[in-house]
Design a binder for this molecule. Structure first.
Ligand code: URA
Length: 427
């Protein structure tokens, strides 16, 4: 294969064969194809798109670049959820132990913050001692002994994605439906799952800014999962404001523990129960969404899910009862009265980055104690001087965080129309 011809074929809008895609990705993974040719191919895919058959071949070849989990026959069903990323989205933390209390096992591979969105691994690292670098054998053991694990991708899992993702991040080729599908689905399929639910977010804090784009991405990922015999469904959820009240790292762990103790905010619980119910239905642990939600709620009411989370944390070297540091609090006051009309939710994520809770560049060391607590939601009426949020930040970066926060929240005289949190499901 001459990689130049394959790039030119995609550049001209032609469909690539599975062999051409397979050879290109394998060549890139082993270093025969350099970054500049992969960059050109990623841009051609971004501009020209891919057919369903091409997306399938892309996902397969990325999956084949590394190892996969294989589970002994006859064990409990393996399930996972994946979110396309949002601000304040901490659903994985309560949901994994809740599922593990329903006779399911959750081998969850998670990531770090990406752009303005927070990362599950960064959040969990605010728990003293918690290890996010488990080997595949360690992940397997925690999954089987506890029922859930949340750790990072090891170097042998989907190495093609690690290289390609870093390249896309610096070549303007992240928001491409074929490339996102290949990236997310290859990692999830490497977990050896029976069922997967995708939380595909749309709005000002999501990669997909409109519900239409989110639906296209959801359909692409659901079709890819099903083709690989994984019972896959998706839920389209609104990300025009943060999910839950807390945004940051340690403070989101605090809110997750509160959720497991029955004190979770309504929106966080709604999304958590909706996603969990999909998996209970897909694995036939429940007959209807209603009974599934009740089953999941029971794991909280009984204290079992809280206990399971503490067990998982302990199995990964952490101590949930050790105190997590939270930076000093200060108020963010409204500059005028009116209705909370809209939020630039991505900018709210940038406020956390400004307070060192997220990365500006690769390798940045995070201050996991920073963040904020939202005290208002879209549509709320506020008075001038009223507190919109509590900022958790060291004094030297608090002003930058406060400024970004205030510029992200629009207050107007007219109340806005607020859409549903859960727009639809895709199956
Ligand atoms: N998350 C991923 O893992 N990959 C993408 O391409 C986008 C979000």
């Amino acid at each position: 294969m001459n990689p130049v011809w394959t790039i030119a074929k995609k550049r001209d809008g032609e469909e690539l064969s599975a062999t051409e895609i397979g050879e290109f990705i394998a060549g890139y993974a082993c270093g025969d194809i350099p970054d500049y040719q992969m960059s050109a191919m990623a841009m051609a895919i971004y501009l020209r798109g891919m057919t369903t058959a091409e997306i399938a071949a892309l996902t397969d070849s990325m999956l084949e670049s590394g190892a996969c989990f294989e589970w002994p026959a006859g064990g409990l069903p393996k399930v996972d959820k994946h979110s396309t990323g949002g601000i304040g989205d901490k659903v994985s933390l309560p949901l994994a132990p809740m599922l593990a209390c329903c006779d399911l096992q959750v081998p969850m591979i998670s990531g770090r913050g990406l752009g303005a969105t927070g990362g599950t691994l960064d959040k969990l690292e605010s728990i003293p001692g918690y290890r996010t670098d488990l080997s595949m054998d360690e992940m397997r053991a925690v999954t089987e002994n506890v029922g859930c694990v949340i750790s990072g991708a090891t170097s042998d899992l989907v190495p093609a994605d690690r290289k390609l993702y870093a390249l896309r991040d610096v070549t303007g080729t992240v928001p491409s439906i074929p490339l996102i599908t290949g990236s997310i689905m290859s990692k999830k399929l490497a977990e050896g799952l029976d069922a997967l639910v995708l939380d595909v977010k749309f709005g000002s804090g999501a990669f997909m800014k409109t519900a239409e784009l989110a639906r296209d991405l959801a359909e692409s990922m659901v079709a890819t999962g099903r083709r690989m015999n994984v019972a896959t469904t998706a839920v389209l959820t609104d990300m025009n404001q943060p999910l839950g009240r807390m945004v940051g790292n340690a403070v989101e762990v605090d809110e997750s523990v509160a959720a497991l103790e029955g004190e979770g905010p309504e929106d966080l619980m709604e999304v958590t129960l909706a996603l969990g119910a999909e998996l209970l239905l897909s694995t036939k642990k429940s007959e209807s969404i209603e009974t599934a939600r009740k089953q999941l709620q029971k794991t909280i009411d009984s204290g079992a899910a809280r206990e399971k989370f503490a067990q998982m944390v302990a199995a990964q070297g952490g101590n949930l009862d050790a105190s997590r540091e939270v930076a000093p609090a200060s108020d963010v006051a409204a500059g005028r009265g009116g209705y909370i009309a809209s939020m630039d939710t991505e900018k709210l994520g940038q406020a956390v980055i400004a307070m060192r809770g997220g990365r500006r560049k690769l390798g940045d060391v995070l201050d996991l104690s920073t963040g904020f607590e939202m005290l208002v939601r879209l549509g709320d009426k506020v008075e001038v001087g009223q507190s919109l949020a509590r900022l958790f930040s060291p004094a030297n970066v608090a002003d930058e965080g406060r400024e970004l926060f205030l510029s992200a929240v629009q207050i107007s005289d007219e109340p806005p129309t607020v859409g549903p949190l859960i727009l639809d499901r895709v199956s």
